[in-house]
Design a protein around this ligand. Sequence first.
Ligand SMILES: *Cc1c(COP(=O)(O)O)cnc(C)c1O
Length: 391
Amino acid sequence: MSSETRPETRTVHVPHVPIEGSRPIAVPIYQTSGFSFDDPAVMAESMGHPDKSFVYGRYSNPTVRSLEQAVAGLEGGAAAVATGSGMGAINTVLLGLLKPGDHLVAQNSLYGGTAAMLNELIDRFGIEVTYVAENDPAALRAAVRPQTRLVYLETISNPMTLVADLPGMCAVARELGILSVVDNTFASPLLCRPIEHGADIVVHSSTKYLGGHSDIVGGIAVFADAALYERVWHFAIELGASPDPFAAWLTLRGMQTLALRMERHCSNALHLATRLQEHPAVTAVHYPGLASHPSHELAGKLLSGCGGVFSFDLAGGREAGERFMSSVRLALLAPSLGGVETLVLHPATTSHRALSAEELRRCGIGEGTVRVAVGIEHPEDLWADLARALA
Ligand SMILES: *Cc1c(COP(=O)(O)O)cnc(C)c1O
C-alpha cells in the first residue's frame, strides 16, 4: 500500500508477501473468508464453478481444496466436498440428491446420527426408506422400486463391526441404475476404498481416523464421477456445511500419519480382541479379524486390516458393563473413535440408550456389550488396563 495513505488505512491493508523461487513444505492455512480479484469477469465466472478461481470461503478455499484432493486421491475418486462434520457430509449427499417421493434402501445397522437423519427424511420430507442386511444383494434387489434413488451402506458397522458386501451390493445398485453411498469412516481409505468395489459416493467423518487426534470435527464426501460431484457441489454451497480452513489443515496434518496409525490401530485391536476371547468374564468378542466373526471371510477379501474398533459382551450383563466403565484407568470413557487414545463406551447406557431392550437385541447389542475404540498406545499397557477392569 502506498505511503500516501494514512495509518488508519495502512493498518487495514497489510502487505501480502509474494513467494517466489521456493514454496512452503506444509500446506498453508488460508484463514480468509474471501478472495479479491483483478478482473471482474474472472470474479463473475468463479462464482458458478468449483474449478475456477477461489472466490468465497463457503464455496472453497485452498487449504480445504488440498484436503479434498488428498482424500479424493486416496479413495480413487474424481473430486470431493469437505464439510464441517461427518453429518454435514452425509446430509450434503442425502439432501443434495433426494427429493420428496424418492425411496432409498439402507442397511439395518447404521451410525446413530445417520439413522436419526433418515427418520427426519421419512417424517418431514416424504422420503421412504427400506432396511436390508448389509450383505444381502438379493434383499436389496427385492427392495428396489421405480422411485429408488440411493443405496446407503457402511463399510464396517458400529458397534458390532459387520462388514458390508460392497461388491455384491454396489453391483446390484449399478445394474438397476441406483447410486450407492458408502460411509467408510470405520475403515479409512487405507483399509478399504469402496469406489474400487463399485460405490459412487464415499462419505467420511474425518473427525475419526482421517484427523486422528481427537482435535477436530469434520467430514468429506468423495465422488467417483466428476459430473455427480459438480451437481452436489452446487447444492453444498447453498447448504453451507463448509469446513473452517484451520480444521481442514489439522485434518491434512493428521492424515500424513494415517498409514502408520492404522497399522497400529489394527494390530492393537487384533491383539486385545484375541486375548479377550480367552477371558472367563467375556462371553463374545465382535471383531472381523477373529475367525468367529460372521464377517471374517468378507473382511479378508475387502479390508487390508480390520480397523481399530471392536466390541465384547460381558457375562454379567448391564451391571458388569457399567462396572467395567468405571474401572478402566488408561482407556477414556468417551464417545467417538479414531483418535490416538483408546476410548471405551457402554452402548446400552450411552450411545444406544434410547433403544429398548428388544431394539438393542435386534441390533445385536447386549446389555453387557462394551465398545472399544483402540488407540495407538502399547498393546501390553492396554491389555493390563482391560484385564484389571475385568477383574
Ligand atoms: C462419527 C460418525 C459419523 C458422524 O460424523 P461427525 O463428524 O460426528 O458429524 C458418521 N458416520 C460414522 C460411521 C461415524 O463414526
